[in-house]
Each structure stands twice: as structure tokens, then as C-alpha cells.
Design a protein around this ligand. Structure first.
Ligand code: CTP
Ligand code: CA
Length: 228
């Protein structure tokens, strides 16, 4: 008798996940970054793999080990992350944009180390906006289901609702990063899931892996995906 393995809901789906905080170089020894650990994105990648998906993880800097069975593509800056996402977007069924992408980059990156001025004058950095990758891709999606994150320190629901609509997302995962145990760095998270025309759904405070499972279960329910 043939033993069939139970079908997993993301079998046959390609999932593209971004994670970690980008680094915008000022010179060969310095960069601008943020507090992202990459843990939430890595948890989503691992959970998607466990649910049967073929997973590509575009990873900005983290200290994390690659999840088993996941293809990891390392990137540094927001521009590199954008190029990698653009390359892989067309072939994916689901994009989960968990990376903390720098909103600004230095107007110029010095080839040599920036030296202190002799007169100890103040130093002003000139920054310019980066491309909003999520917005760019969500507005040109065809069949893809697109999930974004929102890190907020105030007015969580109003700010997150605005991101959901203005970026034309299918699902937005909102974090109140001012709460203990939520968002950057820790192993736990509590999120509110927003979808167009549906009531917000707030999870318990739980492990990032459990939050990842909740996000993916919601995607499977919304899309009606069956194992392929
Ligand atoms: N994002 C992106 N490209 C950027 C900036 C953000 O793709 N240049 C994505 C993030 O990966 C995340 C979502 O947009 O999924 C929201 O990021 P967030 O920083 O919360 O929102 P912003 O739109 O950048 O607005 P603000 O930082 O002003 O709150
Ligand atoms: Ca931002």
C-alpha cells in the first residue's frame, strides 16, 4: 500500500520573504541602519517552508542562521534589496515584506573614510529618500498576494490602515513597537492583521514563529490555496 504524506497548504507555492535591517553606507567603515533583528522575517520563511512552500529569503544584515530548506540571498542596502525583490517577484505567489528598509540613504557614499574636520565644526549628513519597494511592487502585481509590515510607535491602527490602503496591500501586519515584547529584536510579538474591508484581527503576545503561522494561515484562508 502506498503511504501518502499529508498535503501541506503551501505545497507548490513560491514564497518570497524579505528580512533584516538594510545598511546604507556612509563610507567604507560606517553605515546607517535600524534595530531590526530579522527574527520575524526568518520565522515567516521557516514557517512557509514547513507548510510546504518553496521559499526564497532576501536577507539584509542579521545574526541569524539560514532556516533549513530555504534559499537565502544576502543583501546590504535598500537598493540591493529592491533589485533582488524585483528579480524574484514575478515568479512568486506570495511576497512577505518583513525587512526594515531604510527610508533614506546618504546622497553620497565616500570612497575613503570621512575625516573629522580640523576646526571641530558640526557635520551635516545629506540624505535622500529610497524607493518604497512594497508600494512599487504592490501597484504592479498581477497574481501575487502581497503582505507588508508596519512598525509604529503611536496611532497604530490609523497609521497601519493608511499603509494598507496607500500601498494597495492584501494584508498588513501592524506592530506597536513601543510595547514591551513587541516588534524589534525579541523572540515574541503581538500584531494586528489588517485586510481591506475586514475587521482588524489582533493576536495574543506569542512567539514570532506562532505569529508567522498565524499570518500564513490567514493568507491560505484568504486565497483559498490548496496544495498543488
Ligand atoms: N518598505 C519598503 N520600502 C521602503 C520602506 C518600507 O518596501 N523604502 C516596506 C517595509 O518592508 C514594510 C512596509 O513598507 O513592509 C512599511 O514599512 P514602515 O517603515 O512601517 O512604513 P513606511 O511606509 O516606510 O512609513 P514610515 O516609516 O514613515 O512609518
Ligand atoms: Ca519606514
Amino acid at each position: 500500500q502506498i503511504q501518502r504524506t499529508p498535503s501541506l497548504p503551501l505545497t507548490g507555492r513560491r514564497v518570497l520573504v524579505t528580512a533584516g535591517g538594510t545598511r546604507e553606507a556612509l563610507d567604507p567603515v560606517r553605515y546607517i541602519t535600524n534595530r531590526s533583528s530579522g527574527k520575524m522575517g526568518y520565522a515567516v520563511a521557516a514557517a512557509a517552508r514547513t507548510m510546504g512552500a518553496q521559499v526564497t529569503l532576501i536577507s539584509a544584515a542579521t545574526h541569524l542562521r539560514a532556516p533549513a530548506g530555504v534559499q537565502v540571498l544576502p543583501v546590504a542596502s535598500a537598493a540591493e534589496l529592491r533589485d533582488a525583490v524585483v528579480t524574484h517577484f514575478e515568479a512568486c505567489d506570495l511576497l512577505v515584506m518583513a525587512a526594515a528598509v531604510s527610508d533614506y540613504r546618504p546622497v553620497q557614499t565616500n570612497q575613503q573614510k570621512i575625516k573629522k574636520p580640523q576646526d571641530h565644526a558640526d557635520l551635516t549628513l545629506q540624505l535622500t529618500e529610497t524607493t518604497d519597494i512594497l508600494k512599487e511592487l504592490a501597484t504592479r502585481k498581477t497574481h501575487q498576494y502581497v503582505v507588508g509590515f508596519a512598525a509604529e510607535t503611536q496611532n497604530l491602527l490609523a497609521n497601519a490602515q493608511h499603509k494598507l490602503t496607500s500601498k494597495r496591500l492584501d494584508l498588513l501586519v501592524a506592530n506597536d513597537v513601543s510595547q514591551p515584547g513587541v516588534g524589534f529584536n525579541g523572540d515574541t510579538n503581538q500584531v494586528t492583521l489588517l485586510r481591506p474591508d475586514q475587521a482588524p484581527l489582533t493576536t495574543a503576545l506569542m512567539s514570532k514563529r506562532a505569529v508567522a503561522n498565524q499570518i500564513l494561515t490567514t493568507v491560505v484562508a484568504e486565497t483559498g490555496w490548496q496544495p498543488q
